[in-house]
Design a protein around this ligand. Structure first.
Ligand SMILES: *[C@@H]1O[C@H](CO)[C@@H](O)[C@H](O)[C@H]1NC(C)=O
Ligand SMILES: *[C@@H]1O[C@H](CO)[C@@H](O)[C@H](O)[C@H]1NC(C)=O
Ligand SMILES: *[C@@H]1O[C@H](CO)[C@@H](O)[C@H](O)[C@H]1NC(C)=O
Ligand SMILES: *[C@@H]1O[C@H](CO)[C@@H](O)[C@H](O)[C@H]1NC(C)=O
Ligand SMILES: *[C@@H]1O[C@H](CO)[C@@H](O)[C@H](O)[C@H]1NC(C)=O
Ligand SMILES: *[C@@H]1O[C@H](CO)[C@@H](O)[C@H](O)[C@H]1NC(C)=O
Ligand SMILES: *[C@@H]1O[C@H](CO)[C@@H](O)[C@H](O)[C@H]1NC(C)=O
Ligand SMILES: *[C@@H]1O[C@H](CO)[C@@H](O)[C@H](O)[C@H]1NC(C)=O
Ligand SMILES: *[C@@H]1O[C@H](CO)[C@@H](O)[C@H](O)[C@H]1NC(C)=O
Ligand SMILES: *[C@@H]1O[C@H](CO)[C@@H](O)[C@H](O)[C@H]1NC(C)=O
Ligand SMILES: *[C@@H]1O[C@H](CO)[C@@H](O)[C@H](O)[C@H]1NC(C)=O
Ligand SMILES: CC(=O)N[C@H]1CO[C@H](CO)[C@@H](O)[C@@H]1O
Length: 662
C-alpha cells in the first residue's frame, strides 16, 4: 500500500461555499474568431512570455491542424525540439558555470581554463539538473528557498558562501507535485525570481503566492480585483463546466488545477488561457536563458492501484508529454493534446486538432492530483463545487478521485508493448504515488546525459512524534534505485543508496549527502546525486502536507529555511560547502577528461559521499534539533520580504487531515 489517506476530523466547509444559485449565468464562450481577435489585441510584449494563448480560455477548442500535422514519435531519443534548444542552452551555461566555479574556490584547479577547454565539447561540459520533490505547499516553499539560493538574481547570492548562479548553469529544472507548482509558477510568470515574486506580494498589490487563505476560499485578490469566495468557486465551477460541455470528460483534477492557478499564475482569475506549451514560445526560453522545465506524473489505469516502481512514469515538458518507459515508449506534442490521435496521427479532417487542453494549471494539477483529496471534503456539502464534485464522484467512483483524464494520444501506438495502446483515456495520477517522490526519472534517461542532479527532498516520510514527523528519510531515492532493477527501467541506472533506516541512523536525511561519487561503481556513469533533504535550519519546516494555508511570515520562514538547506546556512555549517558543490558539478566531467581530482575535492568527497556503510538497526526516534537557531537569518533576509499578516485571518486550517504521504 502506498499513500494511505485517512481523512479525520474534518471541519465542514459548507459555510464557505456559495449558496446553490438558482439561476447560474453560464460564462459566454467566445467564438474562435472572437478569441483570435482578442489574441491579436494582446500587446506583442505579452506574447513573448508564457502566454494566455489558448484560443478559448480553459475550454479546449478544435482548430485547423498546422500544415506540419502533429504526430506521435517513438521515444528513441529526446525530441528534435529539445536537441535544438540544448545547443543554445548548454552553450549559455558555459559562462554561467565559469562564473560560478570561479567563486567556488576550488584550490588546485584553474576552473576558468578547465571550463574553456571543455566549452565546445558537450560530452565533457558538466550537465547540471535540479529536481524538487512533492509534498504540497511545504515542497513548493522549501524548493523555492533552494532555487532562490541557486539563482544569481537573488540579493547577495553571489557573495562568499553562496551558490547563486547554479540555476543559470543548469540545463534542467524538474518538479513533481508540490515541486511542480514552484517550477510552473516561475515559468508561467516569465521565469521571474523567487525574490521578485515575494517582493511583489504586498498588501496593496496582492501577488502570486497568497497562501494566507486556503485554496478552498481562494486568495484575497486576483490580478487587480478583490475576490470573494463565492465568486471564486463559481468561476472555477463555470470554467470546468464549460470544458465538460465541450465534450471533455472532466475530473476533480480540473477543479483542483483551476484553483491552484489562482495562487500560482499571476493573472486575473488564475489565467485560464495560459498553456504549458506557451513556455516553448517565450523569449527567455527560446534564447536559452532558462533551464528546461519538466514535470512528472504516473500512469494508472482506472480502478487499479499503482504498483510500487512498476507504474509508467510520464513527463511533461514544454514540447511534449510522454515517456521513455517501454510500457508506452512514445511522446505526443503537448500543444495538441486533446486532439483525436489514433495510430500516431491525428484523424484526418477539418478542425481536427485541439488547442488549449494543456492548461498550465491542469498540467500542474495532474502532477499533484493526490491533492484532489483537499477538495473531497466538500463532498456531501451543498454548493456548486460540492455538487459538481459529488456528481463527478458518482460518475467515476471514489477510488478514482486522484485521476486526471487525457484523451489518449498513444492509442494504437506500440500495440504489442504499450499498456495504453487500447484505451481511450490516458489516466494520470500524482507523480509521487509510486514513491518516487523526486522527479529523477526524466533526468536519469541515458539520452539526456545528465552529470549531476541536485535533489531537493521535501517529502514527509518520517512519522516520529516530538517534531520528528514529516521529514524525508530517503524513501524517494530508494524507490528510484530499486526501480532500476525492474524491466520497466529500460536501461536507466541510478547510484546505490542504502535503506531508509540507514538514512536516518547515519543522518543522511539530515544533511547534504552525495551518492554515486565513484563513477566506476555505477553503470554508464549514472549521474552523481547531491541529496539535499529538508531539515530544520532556521525553522521547523516539517509542516503537514495537507496544511493548505500559511500566513506570509510562515511562508517566508519556510522559504528561508529552504535557502539554508541548500547553502548550509550560507556556509556557516561548513565554509567549504560551495567548494564541495563545485566539486560535485565537476566530478563526472573530470572523470571523462581524465583530469586529476583536486585535493580539496577529494576532501569534500570524503566528507559528503555516502561510503557504502549500512546501519539498519531499528530506531524510530528522529527528533532533529535546529542546525542554526530559529529565525537566525543569514543573507537571504526575511526583512527584505513583506511579512504582514493577511487581513482576513481565516482560521480555516480546515483540514485536520492525517495523510501519510511519501
Ligand atoms: C520577461 O523577462 C525578461 C528578462 O528575463 C524581460 O526582458 C522581458 O521584458 C520580460 N517579459 C515580460 C512580458 O514581462
Ligand atoms: C518543434 O519542432 C518542430 C519541427 O521539428 C517544429 O515544427 C515546431 O515548431 C517546434 N516547436 C516549437 C514549439 O518550437
Ligand atoms: C555560444 O555563446 C557565446 C557567448 O556566450 C556566443 O558568442 C556564441 O555565438 C554561442 N554559440 C552558439 C553556437 O550559439
Ligand atoms: C547571472 O547569470 C547570467 C548568466 O550567466 C548572467 O548573464 C547575469 O549577468 C548574472 N546576473 C548577476 C546578477 O550576476
Ligand atoms: C580557499 O580555500 C583554501 C583551502 O583550499 C583556503 O585556505 C582559503 O582560505 C579559501 N579562500 C577563501 C577566499 O575562502
Ligand atoms: C510489473 O508489471 C508487469 C505488467 O506490466 C508485470 O508483468 C510484472 O510482474 C510487474 N512487476 C512487478 C515487480 O510488479
Ligand atoms: C494498433 O492497434 C490499433 C487499434 O487497435 C489498430 O488500428 C492498428 O492498426 C494497430 N497498429 C499496428 C501497427 O498493428
Ligand atoms: C521512512 O518513510 C516511510 C514512508 O515514506 C515510512 O514508511 C518508514 O517507516 C520510514 N522509515 C524510517 C526509518 O523513518
Ligand atoms: C503565522 O503562522 C504561524 C504558524 O501557524 C503562527 O505561529 C503565527 O502566530 C502566525 N502569525 C500571525 C501574525 O498570525
Ligand atoms: C557500489 O556498488 C555496489 C553494487 O551496486 C553497492 O552495493 C555499493 O553500496 C556501492 N558503493 C557505494 C559507495 O556506492
Ligand atoms: C545583503 O548583504 C548586505 C551586506 O551584508 C546586507 O546589508 C543586506 O541586508 C543583505 N540583503 C539581503 C536581502 O539579505
Ligand atoms: C536500453 C533498452 O533496453 N532500451 C529499450 C527500451 O524500450 C524500447 C521499447 O520497448 C526498446 O526498443 C529498447 O531497446
Amino acid at each position: 500500500m502506498k499513500a494511505q489517506t485517512a481523512l479525520t476530523g474534518l471541519v465542514s466547509v459548507a459555510a464557505l461555499l456559495p449558496e446553490a444559485s438558482a439561476n447560474i449565468v453560464a460564462i459566454r464562450n467566445p467564438s474562435v474568431e472572437q478569441a483570435a481577435a482578442e489574441a491579436l489585441a494582446i500587446p506583442l510584449a505579452v506574447l513573448k512570455r508564457a502566454a494566455p494563448d489558448a484560443p478559448n480560455g480553459y475550454v479546449p477548442t478544435h482548430v485547423d491542424c498546422p500544415s506540419n500535422r502533429p504526430t506521435i514519435r517513438q521515444a528513441t531519443t529526446v525530441s528534435p525540439n529539445e536537441t535544438e534548444w540544448l545547443y543554445v542552452r548548454r552553450n549559455n551555461t558555459v559562462s554561467a558555470m565559469r562564473n560560478l566555479l570561479g567563486r567556488m574556490n576550488i584550490t588546485g584547479l584553474d576552473t576558468n581554463a578547465y571550463i574553456d577547454s571543455v566549452a565546445n565539447n558537450v560530452s565533457a561540459l558538466p550537465n547540471i539538473a535540479i529536481a524538487g520533490s512533492g509534498g504540497g505547499y511545504r515542497a513548493l516553499m522549501n524548493y523555492a528557498g533552494a532555487v532562490a539560493a541557486f539563482d544569481n538574481r537573488t540579493s547577495n547570492s553571489t557573495a562568499t558562501g553562496q551558490l547563486g548562479g547554479l540555476l543559470q548553469a543548469s540545463t534542467y529544472l524538474a518538479g513533481l507535485s508540490g515541486g511542480s507548482w514552484l517550477v510552473g509558477s516561475l515559468f508561467v510568470n516569465n521565469f521571474t525570481s523567487v525574490e521578485n515574486i515575494l517582493a511583489q506580494d504586498t498588501p496593496d498589490n496582492g501577488g502570486t503566492w497568497q497562501f494566507g487563505r486556503s485554496i478552498l476560499e481562494g486568495p484575497e485578490s486576483s490580478g487587480l480585483s478583490i475576490l470573494n469566495t463565492a465568486g471564486y468557486l463559481k468561476d472555477i465551477y463555470d470554467t470546468v463546466q464549460d470544458k465538460n460541455d465541450a465534450g471533455y470528460e472532466t475530473t476533480i483534477t480540473d477543479y483542483w488545477g483551476r484553483a491552484l492557478s489562482y495562487q500560482l499564475v499571476n493573472a486575473s482569475d488564475g489565467g485560464p488561457a495560459y498553456t504549458f506549451s506557451s513556455i516553448a514560445d517565450s523569449d527567455n526560453f527560446i534564447a536559452g536563458n532558462t533551464p528546461m522545465p519538466i514535470f512528472v506524473s504516473d500512469g494508472r489505469a482506472r480502478g487499479q492501484l499503482v504498483i510500487d516502481g512498476n507504474a509508467t512514469v510520464y513527463e511533461m515538458n514544454p514540447w511534449e508529454l510522454g515517456t521513455f518507459d517501454p510500457t508506452t515508449y512514445a511522446f505526443a506534442p503537448i500543444r495538441y493534446l486533446g486532439s483525436n490521435f489514433s495510430d500516431g496521427v491525428v484523424v484526418d479532417g477539418d478542425m481536427q486538432c485541439v488547442r488549449g487542453f494543456d492548461n498550465a494549471g491542469y498540467i500542474m494539477g495532474t502532477s499533484s492530483s493526490l491533492f484532489n483529496q483537499a477538495f473531497l471534503q466538500v463532498n456531501g456539502s451543498t454548493g456548486l463545487i460540492a455538487e459538481a464534485i459529488t456528481a463527478v464522484l458518482a460518475d467515476i467512483g471514489q477510488d478514482n478521485d486522484d485521476i486526471a483524464n487525457y484523451p489518449n494520444p498513444f492509442f494504437g501506438v506500440n500495440n504489442a508493448t504499450s499498456r495504453v495502446a487500447d484505451t481511450d483515456q490516458l489516466t494520470l495520477v500524482d507523480g509521487g504515488e509510486d514513491l518516487q517522490n523526486i522527479p529523477l526519472h526524466p533526468l536519469i534517461q541515458p539520452e539526456r546525459h545528465v552529470d549531476v542532479i541536485f535533489a531537493i527532498d521535501s517529502s514527509a516520510d518520517t512519522t516520529a512524534d516530538n517534531g520528528g514527523a514529516n521529514w524525508p528519510n530517503g524513501t524517494a531515492l530508494v524507490a528510484t534505485y530499486q526501480r532500476t532493477f525492474l524491466p520497466i527501467s529500460n536501461g536507466t541506472s541510478f547510484p546505490a543508496v542504502p535503506d531508509q533506516q540507514t538514512f536516518v541512523n547515519l543522518g543522511l536525511n539530515n544533511r547534504p549527502t552525495f551518492f554515486g561519487c565513484d563513477a566506476s561503481n555505477t553503470t554508464n556513469m549514472t549521474p552523481l546525486i547531491v541529496y539535499l533533504p529538508n531539515a530544520p535550519y532556521v525553522y521547523h519546516s516539517n509542516v503537514s502536507t495537507y496544511d493548505l494555508s500559511y500566513n506570509d511570515t510562515e511562508r517566508n520562514y519556510i522559504i528561508e529555511n529552504g535557502y539554508n538547506v541548500a547553502t548550509l546556512g550560507n556556509g556557516t555549517l561548513d565554509s567549504q560547502w560551495p567548494t564541495c558543490v563545485g566539486c560535485a558539478i565537476l566530478s563526472r566531467s573530470l572523470e571523462r577528461t581524465g583530469t586529476t581530482v583536486p585535493d580539496v575535492c577529494t576532501q569534500c568527497f570524503q566528507r559528503y559521499c555516502w561510503d557504502g556503510t549500512v546501519n539498519s538497526t531499528t530506531n524510530t526516534t528522529y527528533e532533529p534539533p535546529y542546525k542554526l537557531a530559529k529565525g537566525e537569518v543569514l543573507g537571504f533576509s526575511n526583512s527584505g520580504f513583506k511579512s504582514t499578516m493577511p487581513s482576513l485571518a481565516f482560521a480555516v486550517s480546515a483540514i485536520a487531515t492525517v495523510l501519510m504521504i511519501m
